[in-house]
Design a protein around this ligand. Sequence first.
Ligand SMILES: Cc1ncc(C[n+]2csc(CCOP(=O)(O)OP(=O)(O)O)c2C)c(N)n1
Ligand SMILES: [Mg+2]
Length: 603
Amino acid sequence: MTDQPSRRAAAQPSRNPDIAALDRPVPAGVNAPAFGSDVAADALRATGVPYIALNPGASYRGLHDSLVNYLGNERPQMLLCLHEESAIAIAHGYAKVTGKAMAAAVHSNVGLMHGTMAIFNAWCDRMPIIILGATGPVDAVKRRPWIDWIHTARDQGALVRGYTKWDDQPASPAAAREAILRAAWIANTAPRGPTYVNLDAGMQEQQLAEAPPPIEAERYMPPMTFAPPADQIAKAAALLCEAKRPVIMAGRVSRDPQAWQTRIKLAERLGASVVTDLKVGAAFPTDHPLHAGAPAVTAPSKEMIETLRAADVILSLDWLDVAGTLKHADGAPGARIIQISVDHHLHNGWSMDYQGLAPIEVFIACEPDMAVPPLLDALGTGKAQNAPAAKPFSFTPAGDKLTVDHLADHLRRAVGERPTSLTHVSLSWNGASWPFRHPLDYLGSDGGGGVGGGPGISVGAALALKGSGRLPVAVCGDGDFLMGVTALWTAAHYHIPLLIVVANNRSFFNDELHQERVARMRNRPVENRWVGQRISEPDIDLASMARAQGAQAFGPVKSMAELTPTLEKAIAAVEAGEPAVVDVWVEPGYTPTMTALMTRKGD
Ligand SMILES: Cc1ncc(C[n+]2csc(CCOP(=O)(O)OP(=O)(O)O)c2C)c(N)n1
Ligand SMILES: [Mg+2]
């Protein structure tokens, strides 16, 4: 099955203003670097980042001045954010679409502390970001009393070292230039991730005796790819040729439509069942006859478990958690496993996000997109002998109460044939409710389970999609929305079109299920699970909060009859080039599979 052309044909240029026309400074007439931070700004421009999302701070006032008055607030252009967490999340969302880093800047200590959860999210999601931070002058005699002292730490990078790929605190303008180029190169090289460069305020504000000699920046950021070793490809092909019940676990792959098509060819050539996961972006058409069960969130579907249990050869395309997923299928006892991944390069002693150790028979150390074409070639042109084990999934929202399933159903109808990117989905989302047919149809989750990432990540994804003809749509839980709502101001200010639909169950519902489980384990009253979890009395007017950020907002929608017309109005607002929010009151509840997994008695 291929991408459906009718859904793709509607690409139109966006009607909203060009971001580059906004926040224009008066010309400062500065065209030669004169300060340390001018050199850093030049280096940042040389990395090619179009934007730098930031919340300001005196620790980088030198750099701030260089970006405005030396570079003229272009290439990169500043995107002002109301919280560091949204600055980082916006860069994270941008990378989810483009595969490339943009920059973010955070104030010394406190700004970085605000940004940490979002950095962790990006790290776990393997998304590149160039993060610039700052410190009060390292040279103590240059520190202003009090403030520069509280904003200077011996080793600021230690705050984020466990979940960044690399960090540095360069001691001179020339070293800062080198650090920024290296930060860009490392962040954008697979396995990708955030990098952090801490710019000493003293170094930034230091007047240059002479400008450092020019360097050809691109020579210091060579594009790198890992080619699969031919013998491993041959071994994998031999295993797959013999397989009677091959399964492809399609995990962390690129947004490249060409690679998507090649993946489909591979599955069809093998007659392999394919499973996918909502933790990462769309990797395979979910309504293809070879796709087994609905994409998994935390809990794999019954069909997916059965498929894995029956597998004799499993090909993991950098699946996020092979060992953990197979645990659901009794370890897939009959399966020999091929892994294609470079993720091991990132594994460190601080974060266990590398997951359990899986028994791998053939390990191909490259990105999946690099290995699939040679693997396909090595398999030759034969026809698959296997009858695919996959069972297609169906979706019909049940009952007359407004649930997340109904929300998804109405949203799909309101969106119609428009090419749409789901930039985020709520924890209550049912993977069966929305088919993905293009790599940009779904962009994956927050990565690190950090609630509050949804709005910012979605604004960043919408920024990258602006003008693409795709409609960015996020479905956020109310808890997630409330923690990240001020990211919407950035979307409103820069006219970034985005629809956020809040699946508002007036609760941190996920944790109600956890309390239910504990109560069951301890034979205590399950009916108390809501205490300390419900967000009501007073109910929060989410639409007003969105409106206060400058977004168009609708709701609360409390009935199914209102749902489609309200969503249509909101989509019209987004198509006019602005962010819009719809607050939908949904019944608390997760999918039956997820609820069963979370509330079962024991462990
Ligand atoms: C920063 C952060 N705080 C707390 C949690 C624990 N947590 C996980 S899910 C969840 C509830 C989120 O609520 P909401 O977004 O409304 O989704 P719902 O479960 O209600 O569908 C919480 C509090 C977390 N993962 N991250
Ligand atoms: Mg909720």
